[in-house]
Design a protein around this ligand. Sequence first.
Ligand code: AMP
Length: 396
Amino acid sequence: MNILVINAGSSSLKYQLMDPETGAVSAKGLCERIGIDGRLTHKVGDKKVVKELAMPTHSEAITAVLEILVDPVEGVIKSTDEIDAVGHRVLHGGMKFSDSCIIDDACIKAIEDCIPLGPLHNPANLMGIRACQKVMPGKPQVAVFDTAFHMTMPAKAYRYAIPKEYYENDDIRRYGFHGTSHKYVSRRAAALMGTKEFKLINCHLGNGSSLSAVKDGKCQDTSMGLSPLAGVCMGTRSGDIDACVVQFIMNRYGMSADECLNMLNKKSGVLALSGVSSDFRDIENAAEEGNADAALALDKFAYEVRKYIGAYAAALGGCDCLVFTAGVGENSAEMRERICEGLEYMGVKLDKAKNKIRGEEALISAEDSKVKVWVIPTNEELMIAQDTAELVNAAK
Ligand code: AMP
């Protein structure tokens, strides 16, 4: 089967054509500057082509993707008939979606209804969906939501302790994000652990970071909230913060709520703490060269992740498996070691030699570690392709 996985942003569109069973990617690429001029970068294996093409809307971008996929020289298929279905990444499914769904009018209406919760992403995701409907009429399409995996959380985890009317009238609650990654990693961890019944704490640590507490494959709690701003400090996001800080800064500097939130989302996190970069590699290098602010940024990030791990072990009543994934989790042995230091009390014992891996699936805990610690590279596109194939096959 060939599934075209689409991740549409407001002026960009990423794609991968992949086999959901093997995970093999036959082609992938990126359309950029949609609505401005337009550039397509297309990769097949190690071969890369860049084309400047007019892309006034997402429809021209999708058309360009399909044309290059069937191109006799650059392409990988003979006709678009070889694409069995399209899977779309959609940011916010609100309370309407606890799973992926076949796209029809009702699904589109529900994604529209979630726009107040995902005002930046959902409209862009819808543009990608509508463009595919226009360019490939009748092709089965599936929406895969970043929030859906977390919908199994109990009310005590997802409700905020604020007046009920905001929940009842406006759907204000914890949703959580990176759900497709947490779902993929949970499934992979179950395969590696040889059971579905275990307590998992998953650390998705990248530019954006979130942790989830998962019991028997079902999410019980997660660190991001109504928006991806909550939880541990991240590349440029502050993470959890006392709301009074927002009020104080707004009053003191005459900032609007939007300006203040922009600062918390884009100018905070380890970027602000280190004063160096939002990129963990740069921060690790600066810390090694003796930059104290960079050292503090790494120390605080590790401390916050460790605190969430402790909280989730308490929430789950124990922990059998701890997983690291995403850019930092998969690649930074140093950060994994920092985080695990001090978790010995709960049965986490890292094998420092085994931990020295980068970007590959591996068990990195010591033989006698009560908690199994794994590095599992995430693959959100594969999860989207698998969900798409499953739903489309079931509907046949
Ligand atoms: P992601 O958002 O999952 O793509 O992760 C991006 C983050 O991973 C960036 O902050 C990178 O600096 C970080 N990263 C990637 N490779 C490494 C590495 N070898 N060591 C430390 N951080 C890394």
